[in-house]
Design a protein around this ligand. Structure first.
Ligand SMILES: [Zn+2]
Length: 117
């Protein structure tokens, strides 16, 4: 059994300690439970979609391009939040993460899914 954390977007597996309330578990860790999504996270998601929709023809986008464009010179500090936003959007089938490019260190490539454009 696997689930996707609603905060960081990473998947996590069933563990013994989740036995009693697995259906209600939404976060992968205490840290994620504490870091509840903020308005700014929703804004990052909106920016990602806007950016992706602005590309014609649609093409794969590197996550760090989003971070750099949105956060400017200090983008590295916020890059994990951008990655989390991309993962959340992919779980909602709004965009697709390219699996073959995942190996790139600290970065992912993704593409918006047609139906959402
Ligand atoms: Zn998490």
């Amino acid at each position: 059994m696997e689930k996707n954390c609603i905060s960081c977007g990473l998947s996590f597996s069933f563990r013994k300690k989740f036995e009693k309330n697995w259906d209600e578990i939404k976060y992968c860790s205490k840290k994620c439970k504490k870091n509840k999504l903020e308005k700014s996270d929703k804004e990052i998601e909106a920016f990602i979609l806007e950016f992706a929709k602005g590309l014609y023809p649609p093409k794969a986008i590197q996550a760090r391009t989003i971070s750099r464009t949105y956060f400017g010179v200090h983008w590295k500090k916020f890059h994990q939040r951008v990655l989390a936003a991309i993962r959340r959007l992919s779980h909602r089938n709004i965009l697709m993460i390219h699996p073959y490019k995942k190996i790139l260190k600290q970065d992912i490539f993704f593409e918006i899914l047609k139906d959402e454009v």
